[in-house]
Write a protein of this length. Structure first.
Length: 205
C-alpha cells in the first residue's frame, strides 16, 4: 500500500510543476513573455497558489537558472576531476557537455535565449553563474603543468575562452540538423585544442 503524500511532498510537487511549466514555455518563446497566470494554469494550480512557492516570476526564473547551471557545473567538474593531459580534459568535458545538452534541451534553450535576449534578474543570474563556472575552471587549470606559474588573471582569461567556446557549442547543438552531433563535438574539441596550442607560448605583458 502506498503511503499517503505528506504536506511537504505535496508542496514540493507543486513547486516542481510550476518550474517545469515555466521552463517548457520559456524554452519556446522566452521568459519575459510568460505570465504568472499561464504558468499556474499549465502547472494545474490557481494563481494565488503561485505565491506560496515564489515571490515573483523573477524569483522563479532565477531558480530555473540556478538549477540548470548547478547541474552543468557538477557534471563538468566530474569530467575534469581526474588530472591528466589537456586532451583528456577536453574530450571528457566536450562529450559530457554534448550529452547533457541532449538530455536537458529545454534548460539549454532557456539559458541561451535569456543570456542573449533576456532582461533583468534572470539574465543577471546567468552572468553570475557563468562567472562562477569560469572561476571554478580557472582553479582546476592551475593544476596542469605549464599553468601553475600563471597569474590568476591569466588563468581566468583562459577559462573564459574555454567557457565561451563551450557556450557556442551549446548553441550549435541546439540548432543542429539531425545526426550532426558528432561533427559538432569534433569541431568543439579542435577549437579547444587550438586554444591550448597557444598556452605554452603565452606570456602576459
Amino acid at each position: 500500500m502506498t503511503a499517503p503524500e505528506t504536506r511537504n511532498e505535496r508542496k514540493e510537487r507543486t513547486r516542481r510543476a510550476l518550474l517545469d511549466a515555466a521552463l517548457r514555455q520559456a524554452s519556446e518563446r522566452g521568459f519575459a513573455g510568460l505570465s504568472l497566470r499561464e504558468v499556474a494554469k499549465q502547472a494545474g494550480v490557481v494563481p494565488t497558489a503561485f505565491y506560496r512557492h515564489f515571490a515573483s516570476m523573477d524569483e522563479l526564473g532565477v531558480t530555473l537558472v540556478e538549477e540548470s547551471m548547478r547541474t552543468l557545473r557538477t557534471m563538468i567538474r566530474e569530467a575534469r576531476g581526474t588530472p591528466g593531459a589537456s586532451s583528456d580534459l577536453i574530450r571528457a568535458s566536450v562529450r559530457t557537455l554534448s550529452e547533457h545538452v541532449r538530455s536537458h534541451e529545454e534548460h539549454y534553450w532557456f539559458l541561451v535565449r535569456e543570456r542573449y535576449g533576456g532582461t533583468g534578474a534572470v539574465r543577471q543570474t546567468i552572468g553570475v553563474e557563468l562567472r562562477l563556472l569560469t572561476s571554478e575552471l580557472a582553479v582546476d587549470l592551475a593544476r596542469f603543468d605549464g599553468l601553475r606559474d600563471w597569474s590568476t588573471e591569466d588563468l581566468r582569461l583562459l577559462a573564459d575562452l574555454i567557457v565561451s567556446a563551450m557556450f557556442t557549442t551549446v548553441l550549435e547543438l541546439l540548432e543542429a540538423r539531425p545526426g550532426a552531433d558528432t561533427e559538432i563535438v569534433a569541431a568543439a574539441e579542435r577549437t579547444l585544442r587550438l586554444i591550448f596550442v597557444g598556452v605554452p607560448h603565452w606570456r602576459s605583458t
